[in-house]
Design a protein around this ligand. Structure first.
Ligand code: GRF
Length: 216
């Protein structure tokens, strides 16, 4: 018997690995720096997970590179300090990244979370936080790297896509995978509807993956 689309949406999210969180409440909160370029819904869920006591961390600073990023408004509303670093003001990717590193160090950041950061990073940034940078991407990597990942999935005709949280390395959207969630592609999906359902899963796995990697 076929399941209805509704029940498919409700049941067919598979998150892996399945983790039960360690009780990290007796340890010092992990100091996070979040980097975002746009809407900032992933920033918001990390902040909310902290507020709800599900993630033993504190957000030291939000760095954003786009003056109109809604993420900055969200940070302000939550009393999180934010710093605008506009890449257009720097002569090279390396110079830009040096300023990012300086800011992250100034705020005593231990782990860096790229939550919708739409810039390629250089070795300068990777070297400053080796194996301590986390990225979220709206596909099941290694499929559909780069921009327009949701459109790429629709164009390829895949029936299942999803999202991936991974450690950052120099090669774009690569690096060890921490956690993934699968999302079914429905016949009438547009990039917007599919991305919307992928984001529901992003919001579930990003705080879990940060806890998995950083709360050791
Ligand atoms: C997410 O889909 C993330 O996977 C991608 O950019 C989007 C950011 O969304 N890297 P938001 O700004 O957190 O709402």
């Amino acid at each position: 018997m076929f399941m209805s689309e509704d029940s498919l949406i409700n049941t067919a999210s598979l998150i892996s690995p399945h983790i039960s969180l360690v009780d990290a409440s007796s340890r010092a909160p992990v100091k996070l720096g979040i980097m975002a370029s746009g809407n900032g819904s992933n920033f918001e869920v990390v902040a909310q997970a902290i507020e709800d006591g599900k993630l033993n961390a504190q957000i030291q600073v939000l760095i954003y590179n786009n003056p109109s990023a809604k993420a900055a408004v969200r940070a302000k509303n939550r009393g999180v300090e934010s710093v605008l670093l506009n890449h257009r003001d720097y002569p090279s990717r390396e110079e830009f990244d040096r300023q990012i590193v300086q800011t992250l160090h100034q705020y005593e950041v231990e782990w860096v979370i790229m939550a919708g950061w739409m810039r390629l990073v250089s070795q300068v940034l990777i070297d400053a936080f080796p194996n301590k940078m986390i990225n979220i991407h709206p596909s099941l990597l290694p499929s559909f790297k780069g921009v327009r990942a949701v459109e790429q999935a629709l164009e390829a005709g895949v029936k299942i896509t999803g999202c991936t949280v991974h450690l950052l390395c120099l090669e774009m959207d690569s690096g060890p995978i921490l956690m993934q969630a699968a999302v079914p592609v429905l016949p009438d999906d547009t990039p917007e509807t599919l991305h919307g359902r992928i984001q529901v899963q992003e919001h579930r796995i990003l705080p879990l993956a940060i806890a998995l990697a950083a709360q050791k």
